[in-house]
Each structure stands twice: as structure tokens, then as C-alpha cells.
Design a protein around this ligand. Sequence first.
Ligand SMILES: Nc1ncnc2c1ncn2[C@@H]1O[C@H](COP(=O)(O)OP(=O)(O)O)[C@@H](O)[C@H]1O
Ligand SMILES: [Mg+2]
Length: 435
Amino acid sequence: MMTTPSEPDVPVADLGQSELFQKVADICSVVNSVLDPQDLLDISLRRVMGLFGANRGSIFIFSPEDDTLRLRVSVGLKMEEKDRMTKRMGQGIVGRVAEEKKPVIVQDIENDRRFSNFKARKAYSSGSFICVPLMLKAELIGVINISDKISGHRFVDEELQLLDFLASQIALNYRRIILYAKFREIVKESRDLRDQLGASGREKEYLKRQVDIQERLATIGKLAGGIAHEFNNPLDGVMRYTNLCLRHTHNDEVLRGYLMEIQQGLRRMANIVRNLLACSRSEHLATTRVDLKGLLERCAGSLRAEQESRNITINCDIPDGLPPIVDLGIERVFSNLLRNALDSIDRDGKVDISVRLGPDEMEIIVRDSGKGIPPDHIEQIFEPFFTTKDIDKGCGLGLTIVGEIIKAYRGRIGVESRPESGAVFTIVLPAHKIL
Ligand SMILES: Nc1ncnc2c1ncn2[C@@H]1O[C@H](COP(=O)(O)OP(=O)(O)O)[C@@H](O)[C@H]1O
Ligand SMILES: [Mg+2]
């Protein structure tokens, strides 16, 4: 605390201890209940001036954006003083108190050596004043300045300490009010948003459905976690023993045939577990890159072989020289889309896969000539467990997984379809995420 050696002087307005305590308690309870920042500053200043019996006072508030102090309330200030409403840090006594974050008591400005180089000191009409920073822990909120006692007496150290305490109350409440106002603003914004959304029934319906989907995905996530935990180890063991048996049955073709059936079944089970896990995982660790053209042609090739008995052509129109892309499970995207495309074709038909690389995005289109998707299904096909297929053909997780993987790329997937004229799935991947 910066003080000059104090001369004997008159203490706080001659109040008795209990009277003083009562006044201070009154000020605290008033500043605690105000809800407007300007009201807080007005009331605090008037009450504090009343307590000290002062004629003049002011409160400046610090604005961190431009490092200045702005006069927010004053009593008894002359017009020309009011003109100097903004102070830089370090400027004048207020600026200095703010900069040093220390209270100052001045008994007689004219004879105070600390301020002998202050040009403006002649402008201080009263010689004695106290000036205290409004602090919240180490953070500067502003500065309060009290001067010109009605009694004509000088300020004393006890008064400085008292003002220091009251300043901490004012600072705390100023921050409380600002935070409260911000909180109210946020509440209002979220209410407005909710009202806006509520205004449109369709949007409400859409949001409800999104929440529904998120809930179902969360359930699948939990389920998949459980399944993975319970299944993985025994599945691994059965697979290993099956492989061992296969190695020891060179001569017994019948037994070998049975074991190979078991092996295939086990692989499918392992696949399902992996797919369910893909649903539950929101973040994939990308460590490898894949050649998209090679991958798409391989997918198409293996399905072509599978569909030999049907008259379906699968065309790939993919430019050479595509950069290798980060693998976040992209193969599962196309195996699911192509399988759906093939499922949608009754007898004859075709599937076209094309890729176009733009400066910012890569677009991949899978188009089929199947039976298409009815309009009332199109919004649901990405939902978990939505399926129009028999239980042995689909469980309705294919497109959910596709959607999750595309989300991991921060990409988009869209679908267009007219009944009886096939479906077109368009995937857009942002280049900076994949390359
Ligand atoms: N290419 C398509 N043509 C027509 N319908 C489709 C196509 N792709 C998806 N669908 C519809 O979307 C549903 C959900 O697909 P999906 O999530 O892959 O699950 P599943 O294939 O197991 O049914 C399908 O049952 C089908 O009705
Ligand atoms: Mg499917």
C-alpha cells in the first residue's frame, strides 16, 4: 500500500464501531442485490461517499480491449474533468493506481512528492483523496476515487483500508452482474432458437428424428461394445481350432468340407462383429492410405464374379492418377453401396461407378438401374435397422455404417431416386481431409 507518513487526523466520519459496521453491512447488502451494472456503480459510489462524508467521487471501469479506463459514474466533478472521461493506463492518478493495482492515499497533493511531476495536479480541487483499484483476485475491474470531505479533513489510513474492502465487494458484484447478463443473453438466444425451430413442424419432426437416431446409435454402440467383448475371444478360439482341424484332415474330404463350411460361417460372424463395432466407433485411426481406383475396381470385380448368373453389368469410370486417400473404412462404404445396388436389381440391369476430382472435393457416384427407393423411405434409409429386405439378406445397418464412415471423412452423402428408375448415391469428400 502506498501511503505518505500520516499526520494525526480525524478518523472515519466519527462513527462508532457498531454504527460503522452497520453502514458497511448495508452497503454490502445493497451492492449484492443490484442487477444492472450502471445501477451498481451509481449506488456504490453514492453509498461509499455517504459513508466517508465526501463531496466528490468517481468510478472508472477498465476496458481490456483497448487498455483504457472509462469514467462510468461521477459525483461533484467539474465539466472539464468530465471531459477527461477516458484514461490510459498509467495516466494520472487513476491510471497509475490501475497500472500498479495498488491503492493510494494522498493527504495533500500540492506537497506530495510522488505526484510532483503531475501536470494536472493543480486541477485537483481538493488536496486529500483516496483512490483504490477494483480488483477481482489479480484481475483489474476498475478504479474508485473518493475526495473532498465535507468536514474539510484529510483521509486517513483506516479509511483507505475500508475503501479497499468495499472496492473488492463492488468488483465482485460488477463481475457477477456482467456474467448474469451474459447468461441471460445465452438463455434468450437458445429460447429464440428453440422458438424458431418450433415454428416449423417439419424442422421439429426432423430434430426429433435426429435425436431418435442418435439414441439408437448410442444403443447400438453399447450393444456392439458388449458383443465385441463377449464374442471376440471365443470366436477367435473356435476359428483357430477349426483351422487346426483343417490342417489335420488331409485325407478326409467329407470332414474337410464340413470344416470349411464352419470356417466360412465363422468368418461371416467375425464380419458382423466388426461391422457392429464400426457403428459404435466414432473416430477411426487412419494409418494407411488406399488407391481408390484399385479399390473400386476390386470391389466391382468380386461382385461381378458373384453375379455371373445374372445379367448385370458393373461399369467403372474412374480417372487415373487419383491421389491415394486416407483409409477410414472406405472399402466398407462401397461394398455396402454396391451390394444394395445389386439387391435392387431384379434380373437385368447395370451399376455405374464414377469418380470426379475437383480442386477442393472428390465426388464419387454410384448409380443403379434397380427398382429405386420410394419417397417415403428415402429419409429413413440411413437410420439403423431400417430395412425392406428379408432377415437373411439385410439387417438395415449397411447405410448407417456408410453414413458414419462418411462423417469421419467430414464428407457428405446424398441420394436421389425415382421409383422404377434406380437410385443414385453421391458421396463428396473434402480434399484436405482425404489427401
Ligand atoms: N440402391 C438402392 N436401391 C433401392 N433401395 C435401396 C438402395 N440402397 C438402399 N436401399 C434401401 O435402403 C434400405 C437400407 O439399406 P441398408 O442400410 O444397406 O440395409 P439393408 O441393405 O441391410 O437393408 C434397404 O433395405 C433398401 O430398402
Ligand atoms: Mg445394405
